[in-house]
Design a binder for this molecule. Structure first.
Ligand code: AMP
Ligand code: MG
Length: 336
C-alpha cells in the first residue's frame, strides 16, 4: 500500500508590501506556483489541489486578464482608454462599460472617504515626480512649486466630473488627469480571481506586490513593517477575502530631512503625512486597495470610524509616531 504522505508546505515570499505564506497539513497536496510581471509589480499565483496542467492553464488565463485590464486603465500609455481621456479631455465622452463601472465605484469610494480617495490626481502625482517610467532616472530632487500645486489642485477633483448611466462622463471643469493607480491593481486581481473561479479553481492565492486575495484555505499574510524591511508588523489569516496595504515607504524621496511620498491629500496637493501605513481587509481587492489609499489620507481616527461603519471592512494602521491602531473587528483576522 502506498504510504500516505503528510507534509507541511511553507511558501515564503518577500514582496513590496509584505511577507506571504501558506501553511497546510494535508495528504499529498499539489501546489502550483507561478510568478509573472504586470501592473509595475510582481504577480504571484498559487493554486492548490489541481493537476499542474489545469493550474498552468488557469494561471495563464488569469494573467492574460490582468494584462487586459492594465492595457485599459494604465495612464502611462496614450493608447489606453484612460490615456486617451487624459490626452483629449473632451467635454463629455462615452466610456466602455468596464471603465464606467470602475469610475462609478471610484465615485462611491470618493464620497465614502469624504474626498480622500480621488482618481483625478494624475497631474499632482506627475508634479511630485512619481510618474517616472522605469528607464528614467531622477537626477536631482526639485520640489514642485507651491503655486503650481495649488493650480493643479484647482483643476482637479471628482466633484467636477459627472457620470450618467449607462456610460457617459461629463468632465465639466476637470482639467486634471485620471490616475487609477490606487484602485486598478485591486480590480485587476479581482478580475483574475473571477477567471480562476470560472475555470473551477477553488483554492488559490493571487498576490500583486503585497495586495492579496485568497480563498479555499487558510492563507497567512504578513504585513511588512513600514520602517523595518525585514520585520512584520502583523500576521493575519485570510480565507475568502482580500488585503491591501498603502504605505509611505513604497515610493518616496527625502529632501532636507522631510519624507515626500506618493499618497497625496487631494485637498492640499501635498503628501498625506499623519500615517506610515494602512492595511485594509475587505471582501474584494478593488475595495481594499482604494480604501487603503483613502484611509491613509483620512488619518487613523476618521479611517477607523469609517471602517467600523462598513460591513466586512477592517483596518490596521501605523501612525507617523509608530503607534498601532485597528478597527473593531480586525483582531479576528490576527494570527496568534
Ligand atoms: P496605493 O499604492 O494603492 O496607495 O496607490 C497610490 C497611487 O495612487 C499613487 O502612486 C498615485 O498614483 C495614486 N494616488 C495618490 N494619492 C491618491 C489619492 N488620494 N486618491 C487616489 N489615488 C491616489
Ligand atoms: Mg490603493
Amino acid at each position: 500500500m502506498k504510504k500516505a504522505l503528510v507534509y507541511v508546505t511553507v511558501i515564503l515570499l518577500f514582496f513590496a508590501g509584505g511577507l506571504y505564506f501558506s501553511t497546510e497539513k494535508s495528504i499529498e497536496p499539489k501546489v502550483t506556483k507561478k510568478v509573472k510581471f504586470a501592473l509595475g509589480t510582481i504577480i504571484e499565483f498559487t493554486i492548490k489541489d489541481e493537476e499542474d496542467s489545469t493550474a498552468d492553464k488557469a494561471i495563464n488565463e488569469a494573467y492574460a486578464e490582468i494584462l487586459r485590464i492594465d492595457s485599459i486603465f494604465t495612464d502611462y500609455s496614450e493608447q489606453s482608454e484612460i490615456g486617451k481621456l487624459n490626452l483629449e479631455k473632451p467635454a463629455f465622452d462615452t466610456l466602455s462599460s468596464e471603465v464606467y463601472s470602475l469610475f462609478v465605484k471610484s465615485r462611491e469610494l470618493w464620497l465614502k472617504t469624504n474626498g480622500a480617495f480621488d482618481i483625478t490626481l494624475g497631474e499632482l502625482v506627475t508634479l511630485w515626480g512619481f510618474k517616472i517610467k522605469d528607464a528614467e532616472l531622477v537626477k536631482e530632487i526639485v520640489l514642485p512649486d507651491k503655486k503650481e500645486i495649488l493650480d493643479a489642485v484647482n483643476r482637479t477633483g471628482m466633484s467636477k466630473i459627472y457620470l450618467q448611466a449607462p456610460d457617459k462622463i461629463y468632465l465639466n471643469g476637470m482639467k486634471g488627469q485620471f490616475d487609477l493607480g490606487a484602485i486598478a491593481k485591486g480590480y485587476a486581481v479581482d478580475k483574475a480571481c473571477e477567471v480562476l473561479e470560472k475555470m473551477g479553481i477553488k483554492n488559490y492565492l493571487v498576490n500583486a506586490g503585497g495586495d492579496v486575495r485568497g480563498t479555499g484555505s487558510e492563507w497567512v499574510t504578513g504585513v511588512q513593517h513600514p520602517r523595518q524591511k525585514d520585520k512584520l508588523a502583523v500576521i493575519v489569516n485570510i480565507n475568502g477575502s482580500a488585503i491591501a496595504t498603502s504605505g509611505d515607504y513604497e515610493q518616496f524621496f527625502e529632501k532636507d530631512g522631510v519624507r515626500y511620498h506618493h499618497i497625496l491629500n487631494p485637498k492640499t496637493g501635498f503628501p498625506a503625512n499623519d500615517l506610515m501605513s494602512v492595511t485594509v481587509i475587505a471582501p474584494d481587492l478593488t475595495t481594499a486597495d482604494a480604501l487603503a489609499t483613502g484611509f491613509f489620507v483620512m488619518g487613523y481616527k476618521e479611517a477607523i470610524k469609517l471602517a467600523d461603519s462598513l460591513e466586512n471592512v477592517e483596518c490596521y494602521i501605523i501612525d507617523a509616531s509608530g503607534q498601532e491602531h485597528q478597527s473593531k473587528g480586525f483582531y479576528k483576522y490576527i494570527r496568534s
